[in-house]
Design a protein. Structure first.
Length: 368
C-alpha cells in the first residue's frame, strides 16, 4: 500500500458498536478508545502493509502486534519479536540480518538473522526509534525491496516478511532532530495505530485487573482471591504511569504477599497521589469509570428515600462482582438501562453481558 494513503487511515474513526467489533483475540476491553484499535487492526491485518503502533511503555504494543499477526493470513507462520532497545548497537545489525563466517571479530560461523527467521510471517520491531543509523539504512532496503544481505556477504536474498513496528517516542520529532531517517519514517508509517494508555481506557481498567487477578489466583493456587472495596478504589484512583505492565506487576505482588484471599489497599502497595491523579484525569479524556465505590452508591436523584437503606456499605466485604449485582438490583427500578450503564461507567452492551453472566433479570418496565 502506498505511503500517501497514511493520511486517510490516520483520520479519527468513530468507535464501533461492540456487537460488531468484539475485542481482538488475546486483548481485553470494550472502551471507545479500544474499539478504534480493534477496527484498525481488522482493516490492516489482512494486508501486506507495514504497521506502526504508537503507545506508552507498558500499554501492550506487542499484544496488538500479535493480534495483527493472528488476524492475518500469516498466522500459521512465525511471529518474531525484537526489542531494539535491548540489543547493543554493535550487534543489532548482525541480529536482524545475520552474518557470514569471519565477517567481524567473534563471527566464528555463518548465522541467519531474525528477519530470515520470520520468513513467511511477521517481524515485530519494538522501540524502533532506538535503532542506530546504520541499521536504519539496512532496514529501509529490506522494506523497499524485500531483500536483505548478511553482514560480510556480497549477495542479497529475497524475503517474504511483514513488518510491524512500535515505539513510545515521537518519531516525527526524532526525524526533525536528525536522529531518525525521514525516508524510513515514511516507509513504516503506512498504517498507524494509536494505543491508548491505561488511564484513557475507562471501564477497561477493572476488567483487566479482574482478569489478571484470576490468572494470579490460578498461578499461586489461591482460589477465591478477590479485591476489597478500598483496593478497587485505589486501582481506580491511580494514574498508572507504567500502564498494563505496572498493573500486572502490582496484582502479582499482591497475590503473593496477601495473607488471605482478600486483597486490601495495603497489599497493592500503590503510591496513591489523589491530587495528581485528579489533575491527570482533567488533562486527558473524561473517565466515567467508577471513581469511588462510596460515590457509586450514593443514591441518585431518581432514588426514593426508601432506597437509601438498601445501598451496600462501601466498607462491606464484597467482591467486584457482588458490588455490580447489588448495585443493579438495588437501582434498576429507579434507573433505566442507559442510566445504570452510565453510572457504572460501562456500555449498555457490557451491562447486558454482565446481566447474562450473573443471571440478573432485566426490569422490562424500565429498560430504555
Amino acid at each position: 500500500m502506498p505511503s500517501n494513503i497514511t493520511a486517510n487511515l490516520d483520520a479519527v474513526e468513530p468507535a464501533k458498536n461492540t456487537e460488531d467489533n468484539p475485542p481482538i483475540a488475546g486483548m481485553i476491553g470494550t472502551s471507545p478508545a479500544m474499539q478504534i484499535v480493534y477496527s484498525r487492526v481488522r482493516k490492516a491485518a489482512p494486508t501486506r502493509s507495514t504497521i506502526l503502533i504508537h503507545g506508552e511503555t507498558g500499554s501492550g504494543k506487542e499484544l496488538v502486534a500479535r493480534g495483527i499477526h493472528e488476524a492475518s493470513d500469516r498466522s500459521k507462520q512465525p511471529f518474531i519479536a525484537v526489542n531494539c532497545a535491548a540489543i547493543p548497537e554493535t550487534l543489532i545489525e548482525a541480529e536482524l540480518f545475520g552474518h557470514e563466517k569471519g565477517a567481524f571479530t567473534g563471527a566464528a560461523s555463518k548465522r541467519s538473522g531474525l528477519i530470515e527467521a520470520a520468513e513467511g510471517g511477521t517481524l515485530f520491531l519494538d522501540e524502533i526509534g532506538e535503532l542506530p543509523c546504520e541499521a536504519q539504512a539496512r532496514l529501509l532496503r529490506f522494506i523497499q525491496e524485500s531483500e536483505i544481505r548478511r553482514i560480510g556477504s556480497n549477495e542479497s536474498q529475497r524475503v517474504n516478511v511483514r513488518l510491524v513496528a512500535a515505539t513510545h517516542r515521537n518519531l516525527k520529532q526524532l526525524v526533525n532532530k536528525g536522529d531518525f531517517r525521514a525516508d524510513l519514517y515514511y516507509r513504516i508509517n503506512v498504517v498507524k495505530i494509536e494505543l491508548p494508555s491505561l488511564r484513557q481506557r475507562g471501564s477497561d481498567l477493572l476488567d483487566i485487573a479482574e482478569y489478571l487477578l484470576n490468572k494470579a489466583a490460578i498461578r499461586h493456587d489461591k482460589s477465591g482471591l478477590h479485591l476489597m472495596p478500598e483496593a478497587i478504589q485505589a486501582i481506580n484512583g491511580y494514574s498508572w504511569p507504567g500502564n498494563v505492565r505496572e498493573l500486572e506487576n502490582i496484582i502479582e505482588r499482591a497475590a503473593i504477599m496477601s495473607d488471605g484471599l482478600a486483597i486490601n489497599q495495603a497489599d497493592l502497595e500503590i503510591d496513591l497521589d489523589v491530587s495528581n491523579f485528579n489533575d491527570a484525569v482533567n488533562a486527558t479524556s473524561p473517565r466515567p469509570l467508577i471513581g469511588s465505590y462510596a460515590d457509586l452508591y450514593q443514591p441518585s436523584q431518581h432514588h426514593h428515600s426508601s432506597n437509601r437503606d438498601s445501598m451496600p456499605d462501601p466498607n462491606e466485604d464484597l467482591s467486584l462482582e457482588d458490588y455490580f449485582q447489588r448495585f443493579v438490583m438495588d437501582n434498576q427500578e429507579s434507573m433505566n438501562e442507559t442510566e445504570l450503564a452510565k453510572k457504572l461507567g460501562i456500555s449498555r452492551k457490557c451491562l447486558w453481558e454482565r446481566r447474562q453472566r450473573f443471571a440478573i433479570p432485566r426490569n422490562k418496565a424500565n429498560s430504555k
